[in-house]
Write a protein that binds this ligand. Structure first.
Ligand code: AMP
Length: 466
């Protein structure tokens, strides 16, 4: 998961940084902007938030932006890392920003790449050179050789292009006005950038935009079965984003309503409060409270100034950070039956800690509801859960997870209510059911099941395709 932006048409650089901030939730590791000044491509990058990118007080006609979530390469710690791992990337006449995860870099190219954004820019440039500069043809060659997810925005010869892989894993939308065209991972960027949302880029579709809102669409690859990442709706995307014509807030609300129905069937003691784990699960908690006719109380508050707990490496670090991530409204907990709602359980660290913290503060009962079904398989397409060892549900049953987190009842979303709540059919559910939609990912999964993972290595960093 990362965030991408492409703007064609004069726009102030400092305002484009504001647009990028709307995608900060998609990647908090680092951020970058690249713009064209005359015939030069210039970039500005920062570790952490886009707000730290230093920019001149000027405008540009061609701007690309990227927020980075590291699923390929390491976390950014230095200026040198910024240049190596953080987009947008420039290779010859191609500039490009990328959201997704390529799983077969090693089998496509002998050259070693530090990250997949740079790899994509190189391959595209290579195919352009070998196909007389024909962009659609270069994309056909690229689509035929790479495996994984990729939603791209970039510039070639002054034209803005947008491409979404033929599975449509990651979101990509665009909008146009007479002044500018904007391509972005999420529709909120278009709204703030002053252009109406036109539509999603279709899976396998290349769009090429010229000045004055001119647009050409090329069908690069036809794939009858699309595989939109369901976790975008559950966790990644902003609730105000519209993806595939679905408002993410509404999806999360429906997820909560479905969970409430499951909760009712268990005939447990009535909760005194429904409590969201901030921020993602708020719409679901509202729906649960409404459906169960129980008040919602925000007694778990987020420490906004803490960094990311998910991507730290050791369990000790993770536990320490998880402990300081939440602040509790102490006086509201003693003697109460509390129904906690979170979007997902990955390793179980957060859920276990919250249940223990509520009990320590005198909660009578703590139920734990999760808007996502158990994630029992690694993701190779852009969520940083790339090995079984990171997933408690890969080795433990729901009952064992409930015992581990010490809850009075653990209520997971079911797969069919997840699909119904999202409201579209063509979803990638690989981390739930192990059914990987691409060939190379299937070969990685098979290889891992036969040979096991290696410590300190993501599964997709190994090549089992030979
Ligand atoms: P864990 O504590 O390992 O079980 O992780 C679950 C918590 O991490 C939940 O509160 C989620 O909101 C959050 N989460 C789930 N997936 C991700 C992800 N890919 N990146 C960052 N945070 C995540």
């Amino acid at each position: 998961m990362c965030g991408v932006i492409g703007i064609l048409g004069s726009y102030p650089l400092r305002m484009s940084r504001e647009l990028l901030l709307l995608l900060a939730h998609r990647g908090q590791d680092a951020a970058g902007l690249l713009w064209i000044e005359g015939d030069r491509a210039i970039d500005g990058k920062s570790i952490g938030s886009p707000s730290l990118i230093r920019l001149p007080d000027t405008s540009s006609n061609q701007i690309l932006g990227s927020t980075r979530y590291p699923t390929s390469g390491k976390r950014v710690a230095s200026e040198e890392d910024l240049n190596t791992f953080v987009g947008p990337f420039k290779v010859n006449a191609i500039t490009l920003t990328h959201n997704g995860n390529i799983t077969n870099m090693a089998s496509v190219s002998e050259k070693q790449f530090d990250c997949d954004g740079e790899f994509l820019a190189e391959r595209l440039s290579f195919h352009l050179e070998n196909n007389s500069g024909d962009l659609p043809e270069a994309f056909r060659k690229l689509e035929a050789e790479v495996d994984g997810s990729y939603s791209l925005a970039g510039f070639y010869n002054g034209l803005l292009f947008a491409y979404r892989d033929s599975h449509g894993f990651k979101p990509l939308v665009f909008g146009r006005s007479s002044e500018r065209t904007i391509v972005a991972s999420e529709s909120t960027v278009l709204d703030m950038g002053g252009v109406p949302l036109e539509r999603d880029v279709y899976p396998g579709e290349l769009l090429v935009f010229g000045n004055g809102g001119k647009m050409e669409s090329y069908s690069i690859s036809q794939n009858a079965n699309h595989s939109h990442c369901f976790f975008e709706y559950v966790y990644f995307a902003h609730p105000a984003a519209t993806i595939e014509n679905q408002l993410v807030y509404d999806v999360r609300f429906r997820l909560g309503r479905a969970l409430a129905q499951t909760f009712k069937k268990l005939h447990l003691d009535k909760p005194d409060y429904v409590v969201p784990v901030p921020d993602t699960s708020r719409p679901a908690a509202q729906a649960m409270a409404e459906t169960l006719d129980v008040p919602i109380r925000e007694i778990i508050l987020k420490n906004r100034y803490l960094g990311r707990t998910f991507i730290v490496r050791t369990q000790e670090e993770r536990d320490a950070m998880a402990r300081s991530k939440y602040i509790y409204l102490d006086g509201k907990i003693r003697g109460k039956n509390i129904l906690v709602v979170d979007d997902s359980i990955v390793r179980g660290t957060t859920a276990k800690m919250i249940v223990a913290d509520l009990r320590k503060r005198g909660a009578a009962k703590v139920y734990f509801a999760v808007t996502c079904p158990p994630q029992a398989h690694p993701c190779y397409y852009g969520i940083d859960i790339s090995t079984d060892r990171e997933l408690i549900a890969s080795t433990s049953s729901v009952n064992s997870i409930a015992e581990y987190i010490e809850t009075d009842a653990l209520i997971y979303q079911e797969e069919h209510t997840l699909e119904n709540s999202i409201g579209i059919k063509d979803l990638c559910l690989a981390c739930l059911d192990g059914d990987y939609p691409t060939e190379h990912a299937r070969s990685i999964r098979k290889g891992i099941q036969q040979q096991g993972s290696k410590p300190n290595e993501r599964d997709y960093e190994r090549d089992f395709s030979q």
